[in-house]
Design a protein around this ligand. Sequence first.
Ligand code: ATR
Length: 280
Amino acid sequence: MTKQTVKAGVVGWPIGHSLSPRLHGYWLQEYKIKGSYEAIAVEPEMLSEAIVNLNREGFAGVNVTVPHKEAVLACLDDITDQAKRIGAVNTIVVDDKGRLIGSNTDGFGFIENLKHSHTGFTASNGPAVVLGAGGAARAIVAALIDAGAPGVSLINRTRARAEKIAEDLTGPIRVVDWARRDAALEGASLLVNTTTLGMAGKAPLDLSLEALPKAALVNDIVYAPLETPLLKAARARGNPSVDGLGMLLHQGRPGFAAWFGVDPAVTEGLRRYVLDGLKG
Ligand code: ATR
């Protein structure tokens, strides 16, 4: 008996720029899996209809991307506690009863990227500084607290957004004014930029690393360019640094494992292949 082709995809609007089809397409080939992963353009008004129909259309599940990550919560049968806390879903799995289960794998991707790129990384090693308070920051702060970070200083231009995260995610979070970001680096063992500053076409992040301990790990979740001005500055003064591409690659693993039955590896070949997609 030939096994039916397993179907998955990514739902977003617009969807043309998503790297997920390239990521999952690479893994499908690598593991010789009879499956498909398609880009599915869904306008906001059509979201609930598209999600409700996933099972009938034979999908094992989908990833969810901008602008649907929050709105999709209302369309699901169950949501993991972690995704509820973050308030966003990026992965849907259709279970054996046809129920739609939503989860958020961004925090997993973030932690796994640091672990794989920097031997010996553990969040419980010391305090972290996180810049930014968008959706990515929310997932990252939750992941750091869950992984045992003894403290997180959360710094955002719009302080109220950082305060809202600190309120929603109970834990050792300290909100610091954007104007005090340089001094807040003192004693940190991890610095993460989740703002869009440093991205191609945007202003660089204006931050002095002088107070940052030399052993602190510096991570930027921006991956275009791969080496942002922040990572370059970190490297120049001898801090270990990790780029943002790995977070994107690792966040795809739980969905792929649930739909296709293999926990896929993040390899140098995969990195190169996905990076080629960025250029194209
Ligand atoms: P995402 O949900 O993908 O993380 P987002 O919600 O657009 O993205 O968040 C972008 C982050 O970059 C925010 O923290 C934003 O700060 P505000 O909350 O004050 O808008 C930050 N950001 C963008 N441009 C910035 C700038 N010029 N200076 C400082 N922070 C900036």
